[in-house]
Design a binder for this molecule. Structure first.
Ligand code: ADP
Ligand code: ZN
Ligand code: ZN
Length: 833
């Protein structure tokens, strides 16, 4: 028997064996997607190996492969190898990792209904069936017989059946789910999940082609009357477009009807045929003027030399470019990519979130034209599929993409650029929790490529590698142009409180700076990393804060919606008029979020044009880009928002940045709190004073003396890194140890604690000495969506040791059949929150 080994996208680590039916045998190849039954469901799996008769079949009946979705394998050897390694490293299943590598390429499965032979007998027996005692009672129910009749009419083909949804529609309001269920339980109908579509498919469109007189041949003289005016216009248009054009465009432009075109076809002047028409991401359609060509600055030259030196060796190598915002890093990436392309190679360019940098896509488009592909989650499924296939088919030389583009099927990748390498978006925050930056390094190691990491504020991990000379370190210390780095001033809000005798949201210093900008027609940004109006609602009588029913967190008031919202699970409830605990009417709405800040600013600067950018105000496709364009055009005076405003936008007119509650993160039990704070401040400060205007930054905090804030104010990355690394070393935190966060969730606290206790005990026993196991302890966010969370933090001296320990943990858990669905294993977590 021919069998196949298949990886399924479920959190189980082993592969599964399926029987290969003879009619599918020729299409079953390594690397194709298949539909296989799994438990009660059908899933899209990945065929990894065909095993022939020589491999003894197991002694139980194998389930069959039901469908082969690809004619050409979607997974090549290098993606297979990479996903396999990544699955091992992140203690995830291979199938899940492959699924993450092929985003949007899951088959769509639909429930369909068919009649079983028994159902046919019941229906066809007519009156006889009513007496047939082998048939269940339900076969005699008139309504049930109606339903069977509809299935017989529309779902007779056992290969296809009819869609469950259609059955409901056809039967109409008389459809009874319970009755239908009985038909299924009694075996009169079968409900099967089948692929409705194998995921996205190529798109075709009709193209008209002018037939050249020579092709027409003498034996087919032109018959009929001469072409009419519209037809003549069609022919002219076709000629103008070089002899071929999409039919839809031709008809729109000429105003001719389809019939006019058909007339030309009949006379042999034109041929219409279907050709594939790839969908292009909108950002690639925009025409942009050719990029200006600069002479690199000496610093850029030095960086380019390091990169080309690495590329020349044709072996794995990495370099970290630390360059302040506006120092010309992007230019270094682009030139390096150009040199790779001119040498016949290909390059991957990873960025945290492309949606935030539409300008970059256009800039690349003007540099690389048709050989550029885009891969990110903002594309439609069809666009992504087409871009993916252009890459696989070798028609692309540069791929610009987010995290998952690290898996792009780009052959001969010699260079991988990871811009803003420190950014948290590289880490997938759901299973499997891989880090795109780290996988870029892995990919480069496997294929002898070069990685260029770039950031104004490198992660402590990458920076330490650079200090130890595992990566080459290049520094671009100054901005291009006259502007220089902005002056940063810290405002201690404790002193502000003392001076004013009350709490204030905006310090006097920031208010006067804003006033100046508004009066002078210059732009300002104000960052407050908290959404909503009031960040907590407190009862003045009993002291209780209104918390989420499902999470251990206070709820935020959103004034415009008139709702309290939980920022973790998005639960909403009405704004209480009195305390839910003691009934007192004395409620205090405390804390300031962006919504309240907007109101304060509007009241204070009634003439200014003010806009807010956060997740609440930026819902809907394109909202972000529209607002950014308005800011770019100078139509906004004050832009306020969450960290969204800090991301790599280029705001040439901004000369003031205000940061409120800069220390908000520092009180949290997260070993990266300092690093995050420094990064955010450096990043938002970088928005001020680009080009030739000097910028100013005002940072407000109660704990303004923290080294993260002091160093950020001096633009002193090295000073910050020195302190931060010393702290991490003392505490044995990454990068001085490898860390994994294991979280057990359960509706009952005791069970979550017990599960986490088992994991901790196993780890202590499996790897005594090499591991430091802490916990179990309640997670800082103890309850989320109604589930308790108990965590175990594991540290090892090396990632290798960590990987070995996790592998033995998983094996041991499987051996003891310990459930793992409610277990999250986060290798190299970004935070311990
Ligand atoms: P970064 O990526 O470090 O933020 P960019 O590469 O975007 O910096 O460069 C900042 C600005 O300086 C851009 O507007 C870019 O066009 C310009 N620029 C880059 N390199 C040069 C150069 N060598 N000469 C003049 N202008 C440059
Ligand atoms: Zn109360
Ligand atoms: Zn909640």
């Amino acid at each position: 028997m021919l069998t196949a080994s298949v990886a399924v996208p479920r959190p189980v680590r082993r592969l599964f064996t399926y029987a290969v039916p003879p009619d599918l045998a020729s299409r079953c190849r390594r690397g194709v997607r298949v539909v296989v039954p799994f438990g009660q469901k059908k899933v899209t799996g990945y065929l990894l190996e065909l095993l022939d008769e020589s491999v003894p079949a197991p002694d139980y009946a194998l389930k069959p492969v039901e469908e082969v979705l690809d004619a050409v394998p979607v997974l090549d050897e290098s993606i297979l190898e990479m996903t396999r390694w990544a699955a091992d490293y992140y203690a995830a299943s291979w199938g899940e990792m492959i699924k993450a590598a092929l985003p949007g390429m899951q088959a769509v499965l639909r429930k369909t209904v068919t009649l079983t032979p028994r159902g046919i007998r019941a229906l066809e027996g007519g009156g006889g069936a009513l007496l047939d005692s082998s048939l269940p009672d339900v076969a005699r129910d008139p309504l049930a017989r109606d339903m069977l009749g509809v299935v017989a009419e529309f779902g007779a083909d056992p290969e296809r059946g009819m869609r469950m949804a259609d059955l409901r529609k056809k039967v109409g309001p008389r459809f009874r789910p319970a009755l239908f269920d009985r038909l299924r339980r009694e075996g009169l109908v079968a409900v099967v999940e089948r692929p409705a579509s194998p995921g996205p498919r190529p798109r075709y469109e009709q193209e008209a082609m002018l037939v050249q007189p020579a092709d027409r041949g003498a034996e087919r003289p032109q018959g009929g009357p001469p072409p009419g005016r519209r037809q003549q216009r069609l022919l002219d248009l076709l000629r103008e477009r070089g002899g071929r054009a999409p039919v839809s465009a031709l008809l729109t432009e000429s105003g001719a009807t389809r019939e006019a075109l058909r007339g030309l076809e009949r006379r042999g002047r034109v041929v219409v045929r279907s050709i594939e028409s790839p969908r292009r991401p909108a950002a690639l359609e925009l025409r942009v003027e050719a990029a200006p060509s600069f002479t690199p600055t000496p610093d850029q030259r030095a960086a380019l030399d390091v990169v080309s030196g690495l590329l020349d060796r044709r072996r794995f190598g990495a370099c970290l470019i630390r360059g302040v915002t506006g120092s010309g890093k992007t230019e270094v990436y682009l030139r390096s990519i150009e040199s790779v392309i001119s040498g016949g190679g290909r390059a991957l360019y990873l960025v945290p979130e492309i949606g935030l940098t539409p300008l970059l896509a256009r800039r690349l488009r003007s540099r690389f034209g048709e050989v550029l592909a885009l891969l990110h989650s903002g594309l439609t499924e069809g666009e992504r599929f087409d871009e993916w296939r252009r890459i696989r088919d070798g028609r692309v030389r540069v791929v610009l993409g987010a995290r998952s583009a690290v898996f792009a099927p780009l052959q001969d990748t010699r260079l991988i650029v990871v811009d803003e390498e420190h950014d948290a978006s590289y880490k997938q925050d759901e299973y499997p929790r891989y880090n795109g930056r780290d996988l870029a390094l892995l990919r480069a190691k496997m294929t002898d490529a070069v990685v260029v990491l770039g950031s104004a504020t490198p992660s402590m991990e990458s920076y330490r590698h650079a200090l130890r000379e595992r990566y080459r370190l290049v520094t671009l210390p100054s901005r291009i142009g006259q502007a220089g780095m902005p002056a940063v001033e810290r405002v201690d809000m404790r002193e502000e409180f003392r001076a004013l005798g009350r709490e204030s949201v905006l310090s006097r210093r920031l208010l006067s700076a804003l006033e100046e900008r508004v009066a002078g027609g210059e732009q300002s940004l104000v960052l407050l990393n908290r959404r909503g109006f009031s960040t907590f609602v407190l009862c003045r009588s009993c002291g209780e804060a209104v918390g989420c029913r499902r999470c251990s967190i206070t709820m935020t008031l959103h004034l415009r919606e008139q709702r309290l919202r939980c920022h973790y699970c998005d639960d909403r409830r009405r704004v209480p008029a009195s305390c839910p605990v003691c009934g007192s009417g004395e409620l205090h709405f405390g804390g300031t979020g962006t919504e309240r800040l907007e109101e304060i600013l509007r009241a204070r600067f009634p003439a200014a044009r003010i806009a807010r950018m956060d997740r609440d105000s930026m819902s809907g496709r394109g909202a972000m880009e529209r607002l950014l364009t308005r800011v770019e055009r100078g139509e906004i005076d004050i832009l306020l928002g969450t960290q969204m405003i800090a991301k790599g936008h280029d705001f040439p007119r901004v000369t003031l940045v205000g940061v409120l509650a800069a220390d908000a993160h520092l009180g949290l039990p997260d070993f990266r709190a300092g690093e995050r704070t420094f990064q955010l401040l450096a990043q938002v400060a970088g928005r001020s004073g680009r080009r030739d205007r000097p910028g100013e930054v005002i940072v407000q905090a109660y704990y303004a003396d923290h080294h993260a804030i002091r160093c950020a104010a001096r633009h002193d990355f090295e000073g910050f890194a020195k302190k931060e690394l010393a702290y991490r070393r003392v505490m044995n935190y990454p990068p001085y140890s490898a860390m994994t966060l294991i979280l057990v969730r359960d509706r009952r606290f005791a069970r979550a604690r017990e599960g986490a206790g088992t994991v901790a005990a196993l780890l202590r026993r499996l790897a005594p000495g090499t591991l430091q196991v802490m916990g179990p302890a309640p997670a800082p966010l103890e309850r989320l969506r109604g589930e308790y969370r108990v965590q175990v933090i594991v540290r090892a001296a090396s990632r290798r040791a960590m990987q070995d320990a996790l592998q033995s943990l998983m094996a041991e858990m499987e051996r003891r059949s310990i459930r793992s669905e409610n277990l999250t294993i986060d290798v190299d977590p970004l935070s311990t929150l």
